[in-house]
Design a protein around this ligand. Structure first.
Ligand code: ATP
Length: 199
């Protein structure tokens, strides 16, 4: 899977529309301390559905919206779009290019899109199941992440192996099926109760 480009607008220090293009090979971001290099990585995690403001190095999620400088007014919306090449069909959508967009308004309202169609966060997550991309997966290795993995509990570390082995999808679906089964059993008990009263 190949990241083609990242478009950022109103996210953290990016008040202007900014495009980062990822060419073949290695892409390096260079710049002085505090110029926004890590904000680019935050933008990738954010568009993939990160929900923890802490992971964005922010107190609350609205803090990722450009909050102004001495010379510029704050913005009311943050928008990040990630374009991914899918020629090899690694992602389960039959198109050669996939565009994921996330938008957050200061009111707290949030939107996700896959190829311009509005979707729920769940659909963005499902798109990346078992690819190593996405929340808590291993494609973003930030400062301290290796230490964190090495010192994590076996149960937590197991998640990474399950993702690499391609079984996350089945575990999530299994848990969903169990929840539905429990709900159905509860409904059955209620129906039996009512039937018992009617008899
Ligand atoms: P370092 O090399 O020190 O890690 P960096 O280049 O990775 O720095 P970042 O941490 O990505 O820099 O960016 C920090 C900058 O982003 C700070 O100047 C901070 O003021 C700015 N910033 C963060 N959130 C916002 C926001 N919501 N609005 C405006 N600027 C923001």
């Amino acid at each position: 899977m190949f990241l083609k480009s990242l478009d950022i607008f109103g996210f953290k220090s990016f008040a202007d529309k900014t495009r980062v293009e990822f060419a073949a090979g290695i892409t390096a971001l260079l710049g002085p301390n505090g110029c926004g290099k890590s904000n680019v990585v935050d933008a990738v995690k954010w568009v993939l559905g990160e929900q923890a403001s802490k992971a964005m190095r922010a107190e609350k999620m609205e803090d990722v919206i450009f909050n102004g400088t001495e010379t510029r007014k704050p913005l009311n919306v943050a928008e990040v779009t990630l374009t991914i090449a899918n020629d090899e069909g690694l992602l389960p959508l039959d198109v050669p290019e996939i565009e994921i967009k996330r938008r957050l308004y200061r009111s707290g309202e949030s939107e996700y899109f896959i190829n311009a169609a509005p979707v729920r966060l769940k659909e963005v997550r499902e798109l990346f199941w078992d690819t190593g991309v996405g929340k808590a997966a291993y494609s973003v290795m930030e400062q301290g992440k290796i230490d964190q993995i090495l010192s994590s509990k076996p149960d937590e570390r197991r998640y990474l192996f399950e993702e690499a082995a391609g079984i996350t999808k089945f575990k999530v679906k299994g848990a969903e099926a169990e929840r539905k089964l429990a709900k159905t059993e509860e409904n059955m008990r209620q129906v039996e109760g009512i039937l018992g009263e009617v008899k």
